[in-house]
Design a binder for this molecule. Structure first.
Ligand SMILES: Cc1cc2nc3c(=O)[nH]c(=O)nc-3n(C[C@H](O)[C@H](O)[C@H](O)COP(=O)(O)OP(=O)(O)OC[C@H]3O[C@@H](n4cnc5c(N)ncnc54)[C@H](O)[C@@H]3O)c2cc1C
Length: 382
């Protein structure tokens, strides 16, 4: 009996597993090495309805929960963690609209986001405002019925392929969030898209810096509407980041799952000293530690996903714990998986090499692991 997931979630999990096995598993290395583009892979996911997992059915989506997003990210990320990252960015924009958008913003954008006709991206961080997001210098100037954005955003996942950006900007001293839509295929007026960043891992994703120069944005596109209060903006931002963190905890879990699967298989089939290396206790203990830690990470991650609806006052803490713990499990055990493979673990021919590179990045985005501890300790009043 599975007491962990409902029958509906178990059925969704089976569907996701089949989709990934049939469609993505074979292209994992091509995505990592740039032979298949993120855009093409996302188009495949869009056709299958997976860009609308968390969009309510009334707006044309699948009406799923954060647990559905997390399960999907978990399953996809053992093969293409970069796609998990691209999806997390898209789902974050959906979440911002769901929690804080006006009815006009929801009905205009959610059906298009659900179909993948619009791809979302979050443009929050800046070179000197990563952990300290309140230090952003991008500003929006509102004058009469016009608004324009100036500033430079760093490390925007989906930057060059997104058509709907959620941009964090200062309106005077207050934070504000803006929906910037870009005509598909058109060079965006007032937005300079930097070259795709070369990066250690998650290479299936595309990441760019974006510079806004007097970019005109409609007043209707202020998230939450013209009268939104500064504390509502901050709440919307933190909730969206908590969703994204939980989805990426799922991605880290998927990396650990795949590391376990591959290293157990390698241990069973590779021989030294006339026997399978799985007979060595040193190898058995690595696998046992990985198995235990990934189960612990899974419990924390699903707990965070459930808490958004069931224990909302704890969601911020659980999302931080889940992301930090699952990222550490992924980083430590993908390294141990490389060790089990011996020298072949360093070869581009083996998937564990990719898992190892992808896993490190999970400790950096959506708040570094150190910053998650800053959030976790808040609950303790210190
Ligand atoms: C692959 C990837 C994708 C990303 N995608 C996006 C995206 O789509 N949109 C977006 O807006 N941003 C994105 N980012 C940026 C990401 O959110 C930031 O990298 C992250 O918030 C950390 O900021 P930073 O890199 O500037 O590090 P910094 O904040 O400069 O931190 C540097 C070091 O100081 C430590 N540190 C900072 N503050 C504290 C503290 N209070 N206590 C203890 N230690 C501290 C950090 O842990 C880190 O070790 C992405 C980053 C990566 C790597």
């Amino acid at each position: 009996m599975n007491t962990f997931l409902s029958l509906a979630h178990k059925a969704a999990q089976d569907e996701y597993l089949k989709f990934v096995a049939d469609n993505l598993a074979a292209m994992a290395q091509d995505l990592d090495q740039g032979r298949t583009s993120c855009k093409d892979a996302l188009a495949l996911l869009a056709r299958a309805g997976y860009l609308g997992i968390n969009v309510p059915t009334s707006y044309g989506g699948r009406g799923g929960t954060l647990l559905d997003l997390t399960l999907f990210a978990e399953i996809i990320s053992g093969y293409a963690a970069g796609l998990g990252l691209a999806l997390a960015s898209h789902y974050t924009v959906v979440e911002l609209l769901l929690q804080s958008g006006t009815e006009q913003q929801k009905s205009r954008y959610l059906p298009l986001l659900a179909k993948g006709e619009l791809l979302g991206a979050q443009a929050f961080s800046e070179v000197n405002a990563g952990s300290d997001y309140k230090a952003i210098t991008t500003e929006v100037k509102v004058s009469g019925s016009n608004a324009s954005i100036n500033g430079a955003k760093a490390w925007v996942v989906n930057g060059e392929i997104a058509q709907l950006l959620a941009v964090l900007a200062k309106d005077g001293t207050n934070l504000s969030l803006w929906l910037v839509d870009i005509e598909p295929g058109a060079a965006p007026a007032g937005i300079k898209v930097g070259p795709a960043r070369s990066k250690l891992g998650m290479r299936a994703s595309v990441v760019n810096d974006l510079t806004f120069v007097d970019h005109a944005v409609a007043l209707d596109n202020r998230v939450g509407g013209a009268d939104v209060k500064a504390d509502q903006v901050e709440k919307a931002l933190l909730n969206a980041l908590d969703v994204s963190k939980t989805v990426m905890a799922g991605a880290a879990l998927g990396l650990a799952d795949r590391a376990l699967e591959l290293s157990a298989e390698r241990a069973r089939t590779h021989e030294q000293f006339g026997q399978s290396i799985s007979k060595f206790q040193g190898i058995q203990w690595k696998l046992a530690d990985l198995s235990m830690d990934r189960h612990a990470a899974q419990m924390l991650t699903y707990r965070a996903a459930w808490s958004q609806a069931d224990e909302p006052e704890k969601f911020h803490q659980y999302a931080a714990m889940a992301k930090m713990f699952a990222a550490k499990v992924a980083r430590v055990h993908s390294s141990e998986a490389v060790q089990v493979f011996g020298v072949m673990g360093a070869s581009l021919e083996e998937d564990v090499e990719r898992l190892y590179r992808d896993a490190k990045l999970t400790e950096l985005f959506e708040g570094t692991s150190e910053y998650q501890k800053v959030i976790i300790k808040e609950e303790l009043g210190v």
